[in-house]
Design a protein around this ligand. Structure first.
Ligand SMILES: Nc1ncnc2c1ncn2[C@@H]1O[C@H](COP(=O)(O)O)[C@@H](OP(=O)(O)O)[C@H]1O
Ligand SMILES: [Mg+2]
Ligand SMILES: [Mg+2]
Ligand SMILES: [Mg+2]
Length: 343
């Protein structure tokens, strides 16, 4: 009989078995690696840890900002121009702060989406990895961890806010900022002042180390605005709140949010409202937005829309920030805005 007549070669059997094992391995390794990837995806990030890391990053960047200024080694350049024709400056302070902040955060949480104002991949050789320690000051206020999926997070960093004022040596306006948005909503905000060493932080549903002032003037608000990217803000503010409105021009988006609150490092203009009518980017405003939100305040476009901190860096709708006020009523007092006219 034919089957009985077949002689099995040991080599053939070995090759056949190897092939079989190979096919089974291939099939299962696909399934297994898929399972492992899916498991990794479900690994969560603790927002309290991210807050501690954000504070550490802002302080680390601030150290560079201060060092470069004190060494008078700014190496000032222009990155181009804003839509309104102002020079967008870049200094070694911005770059060195960016390198440190970005590397610290990305090394601690490689899977997170981190959007920095600056772009530079030069490695900081002697930068120690984050030690994952939660400082006592944070642990005491934010009692518990809060886990979220990494893919829901966008981190925004401004390695040096108020670069224009930095180049003019107007140190009080300068800050470094980190913001963590979850599903587009600003949840963690850190604003650090390199030249006083002060850091304001807050986490929505977590706590903060900064408080609102005791009172705000809702009827005749004093309004803080940009000094170097103002556009026609004066006319806009007067149309909204009257010709006698007190207007404080000041540098830095971070600084202007602090001027709405009760920071403890130095004297600030006591502003009731922060208003910006030209273009601004999400790394400029996210940290302030998170802090205000955590304290019961609001930061919206001039139409009163919430700002979504995912995707593009652009915020075209202007900015209105307030705390302990009827924010919707403030929006209704604003004149109709023609973005072209107010440049
Ligand atoms: N019209 C505009 N176009 C681009 N960036 C703007 C802008 N108006 C303000 N900004 C940015 O917002 C921050 C605060 O600006 P201001 O002091 O004028 O209020 C600054 O951030 P950087 O210094 O980080 O670049 C500035 O560059
Ligand atoms: Mg800039
Ligand atoms: Mg900025
Ligand atoms: Mg900046």
């Amino acid at each position: 009989m034919a089957p009985m007549g077949i002689r099995l070669s040991p080599l053939g059997v070995a090759v056949f078995c190897l092939l079989g094992v190979g096919i089974i391995y291939h099939l299962y390794s696909g399934v297994l690696s898929g399972r492992i990837a899916a498991f990794r995806q479900r690994e969560t990030v603790d927002l309290r840890e991210l807050l501690a890391l954000s504070v550490e990053a802002a302080v680390l960047g601030g150290r560079e900002v201060k060092r470069v200024r004190e060494d008078n080694a700014l190496e000032e350049k222009s990155k181009g121009e804003t839509k309104e024709g102002a020079k967008e400056k870049l200094t070694l302070g911005d770059l060195s702060s960016h390198r440190n902040m970005y590397q610290l955060i990305k090394t601690a949480f490689p899977s997170l989406q981190v959007n920095s104002e600056e772009h530079d991949n030069t490695r900081v050789e002697d930068l120690p990895a984050w030690d994952r320690r939660i400082p006592e000051e944070i642990a005491q206020v934010v009692g518990r961890s809060q886990e979220v999926l990494p893919e829901s997070i966008t981190v925004w960093i401004d390695p040096l806010d108020a670069t224009q004022e930095y180049t003019e040596n107007l140190r009080k306006y300068v800050t470094t900022m980190v913001c963590v948005a979850v599903n587009g909503a600003p949840v963690i905000g850190v604003i650090h002042k390199p030249f006083t060493g002060y850091t304001a932080w807050a986490m929505v549903d977590g706590g903060s180390n900064v408080k609102p002032r005791d009172s705000y003037n809702e009827k005749s608000p004093r309004v803080i605005v940009s000094r170097s990217h103002a556009g026609k803000v004066k006319g806009f503010v007067e149309a909204a709140f009257g010709n006698n409105t007190v207007i404080f021009p000041a540098g830095g988006a971070g600084y202007k949010v602090l001027a709405l609150l009760n920071p403890t490092d130095e004297k600030y203009e006591e502003a009731d409202v922060y208003l910006h009518i030209t273009y601004v980017k999400k790394w400029d405003i996210c940290a302030g937005n998170a802090i205000l939100r955590a304290l019961g305040g609001h930061m919206t476009t001039l139409k009163g829309e919430e700002i979504n901190y995912t995707g593009s860096e652009a915020n075209n709708g202007g900015l209105l920030a307030s705390i302990h006020m009827d924010h919707k009523a403030l929006v209704l007092r604003l004149p109709a805005r023609d973005a072209e006219k107010h440049r």
